[in-house]
Design a protein around this ligand. Structure first.
Ligand code: NAD
Length: 393
């Protein structure tokens, strides 16, 4: 099959196995080039391991510290007629590279919110790793089925309190336009917190601890985005921000509930980047295109792998990590500092349909978007016939 990108709205509905493998290899090469990581443990669980920040976390632990990794993801397998999702191909490529490097890797593909997948993960830890010393929680999901109450919750991306009118960039129509987002009601806020808040993170740690597979002095972290004034109305102070606030509550509860094990639980705030999750958020394609331009000019641009490498070295395994007033690790300072934000705000105020491609780095945004699905990577022949059926064991 010859695989060319099929873009529908903010998503690409297919993926290229060879391109995804090249994208994974680029991240492995980056980590290898930094040299071995000190102090990072050898038994690591990554929940949400197949794309974006979770994949970068898995690559950092494995190829930076020779860790045995167990990943959980929710990806669609390929058939003769249909490509798999990008996360599937990324995972296959990760397994292949790990095996070539003599690293142990296990992946469980299924719904991380379910009791079955938690049980399978525990069985796998018992069978191979014994215990885990680092648990990364990097899920981004639009829905959560809660098996204890038999309820399906859906998250929404809406402001809270009042409607919000702002600029956005319609990637489909190549159009800068105004949108008005209606405020969420209480039920929508509650459901978003159920999906993207800290409850499931707590359930994971409780299950691991009860099964005796959480090591003493383990570290766990969940990822958040805090942002600044430009994104607060749709992110920080919106439904998703409420869910992210709940992570702060959960981190405190985890520290307190697992004191016997001296569990360290942190929320880590990362910068805005193109991922499958962020491209679905209104305003983000415009905001990210603008910050890409500004940060590349400043020489401070980072992708997922650079962010996560710094999180490991300057945060999670630093001798004296800097925490913010809420006890969070902050890797987003290069984006959220006042000087950079002032430049972005000035561009934001000026940007129109006419000058968008001049003021924003949409080319960079779009190239990164395509890369998420394995397209546009140097050295990959996109006219070649490739077998979409790729697996890992
Ligand atoms: P992503 O879409 O690239 O990755 C999501 C991962 O979750 C994938 O591995 C996917 O398979 C997995 N997943 C989704 N639903 C699942 C389910 N039910 N069961 C098992 N696995 C499931 O997203 P991302 O942007 O890397 O986001 C990861 C975390 O980082 C999120 O908490 C997000 O809010 C946070 N974050 C993202 C940004 C950003 O700009 N992208 C910035 C800061 C923080």
């Amino acid at each position: 099959m010859v695989i060319q990108p099929k873009i529908r709205g903010f998503i690409c509905t297919n993926a290229h196995p060879v391109g995804c493998a090249a994208h994974v290899q680029q991240q492995i090469d980056y980590i290898r080039a930094q040299g071995p990581l000190a102090g990072v443990p050898k038994r690591v669980l990554v929940i949400g391991c197949s794309t974006g920040y979770g994949l970068a976390s898995r690559i950092t632990a494995a190829f930076g510290a020779d860790a045995e990794t167990l990943g959980v993801c929710f990806e669609k397998e390929p058939s003769e007629k249909r490509t798999a999702t990008a996360g599937w191909y990324n995972t296959a490529a990760f397994h292949q590279a790990a095996a070539a490097a003599g690293l142990k890797a296990h992946t469980i593909n299924g719904d991380a919110f379910s009791n079955e997948i938690k049980a399978q993960v525990i069985d796998q830890i018992k069978a191979s790793m014994g215990q885990v010393d680092l648990v990364i929680y990097s899920l981004a999901s639009p829905k959560r089925f809660d098996p204890t109450t038999d309820t399906l919750y859906s998250s929404t991306l809406k402001p809270i309190g009042k409607a919000y009118t702002t600029k956005t960039y319609d990637t489909d129509k190549d159009q800068v336009k105004e949108i008005t987002l209606e405020p969420a009601n209480d039920d929508e806020i509650m459901q978003t917190v159920k999906v993207m808040g800290g409850e499931d993170w707590e359930l994971w740690l409780a299950a691991l601890s009860e099964a005796g597979v959480l090591a003493d002095n383990a570290i766990t972290t969940a990822y958040t985005y805090i942002g600044k004034e430009l994104t607060w109305p749709i992110y920080g102070h919106a439904t998703i921000g409420k869910a992210k606030e709940d992570l702060d509550r959960a981190a405190a509860a985890l520290r307190s509930n697992h004191q016997d094990k001296q569990l360290k639980a942190y929320v880590s705030s990362l910068k805005a980047l193109v991922t499958q999750a962020s491209s679905a958020i209104p305003v983000m394609p415009l905001y990210i295109s603008l910050i890409y331009g500004v940060m590349k000019q400043e020489g401070t641009h980072e992708g997922c792998i650079e962010q996560i490498y710094r999180l490991f070295t300057e945060g999670l395994y630093a001798a004296a990590p800097q925490l913010d007033e809420a006890g969070r690790m902050r890797m987003d300072g290069k984006e959220t500092n006042q000087a950079t934000q002032a430049k972005i705000k000035a561009l934001w105020d000026q940007v129109t349909q006419e000058n968008f491609h001049e003021l924003a780095d949409y080319q960079g945004y779009h190239a990164d978007f395509l890369k998420l699905f394995g397209f546009g990577l140097a050295g990959v022949d996109y006219d070649a016939d490739v077998d979409p059926v790729v697996n890992w064991s």
